[in-house]
Design a protein around this ligand. Sequence first.
Ligand code: DSN
Length: 421
Amino acid sequence: MPVYTALQAADPDAYNALLGEMRRQQDGVELIASENYISPAVLEMMGTVFNNKYSEGYPGRRYYGGQEFTDIVETLAIERARKLFGCQHVNVQPHAGCPANVAMYFALMEPGDCVLGMDLGHGGHLSHGHPVTYLTKIFKFVRYKMKDVETGELDYDEMRAVALRDKPKIVLAGFSAYPREVNYAKMKAIADEVGATAVADMAHIAGLIAGKALRNPFEDGFDVITTTTHKTLRGPRGGMIMCREAELGKKIDKMVFPGFQGGPIMQMVAAKAVAFGEALKPEFREYAKQIILNSKHLAKFFMDNGAKLITNGTDNHLMLIDCVRSWNMSGNDVERLLDRVGITLNKNMIPDDPRKPMDPSGVRLGTPAITTRGMKEKEMETLGGFILKAIEKRADDGAIENLHEEVIAWCRKFPVPGVSV
Ligand code: DSN
């Protein structure tokens, strides 16, 4: 059991909630594609006295004194990220992925300018211009989609036509629910043709790129990459903006601070440095490769058993299952049923979903977290079997309870880093 004796003595209510969460993580299967388990070293750095320090500015250029050690950890984070992703400039201060995207938009555009991004129903993200965000009051967002949802190939001809018509300032690659690889070279050519900056929001797949398991958009000439640091990259909760060339980085830095943020959350910056150090190790490449092997294996298992996957498979860490066509259930039905057996995933819209966002047709699931626990192809079959069994026995409360016990016993064979209850 990790030592939380001060917390236990000071605040039993909060301590007990922490214990409950540790048990939940240890005894359940985490399939939410954007979640992961950080290492004990990253976890330790997140809970340190770096929290106590204000550090507005950047290494060597701060507003307050006492920055000898904050400068060391922030520089470590920057240098390690530059090495991981092969770029000249990195800003490690964004508090999360959305703030990173906001700073990026304002650094590269003026109000009224246009962004060409992925249709949200085809896998794009809220911060890529969903009407519920304030961003849409400031910038114009236009869309590209998949050409064929059976293969997942993007419609690059339509993308080019929209770009020529709307003259976007940013051509944006990136997604939170798209299981296929993007042709960055084609997108960069479209961006160049209309004089746009090519930006990739790699929040979901940054760890797969860092681990060389997926293509790096910088290699195809992309100018900027934004990301979160806590998904496949397996770091602390936070954001980051990277520029292929240093010149653009100056605009980004000004927009992160003082443009939109105050002091950086320095314990998170320090923990980013630790996580990037881990991602530079050869084991991380093995991890990234295994995430995709597991994802492909699980996808094939479902398809071999009659499930309908959007794009009929996956190239990355996630898959989308059409639950209505697969099992005559909604995404909500499947999410709630699997919660009862300790398997966590999320309901998700499928492309051009006839149902509503809060009651969609699909579920999204991914393999980053279970791969961190050491699960491999063999375990994907066991896990797929649990899911299909839950679906088959959904009307039988006793069978569902027994299955939950089986899942717990299985999970205890795969420790979660940082958790021992
Ligand atoms: N909430 C994240 C996801 O699940 O994809 C993205 O912001």
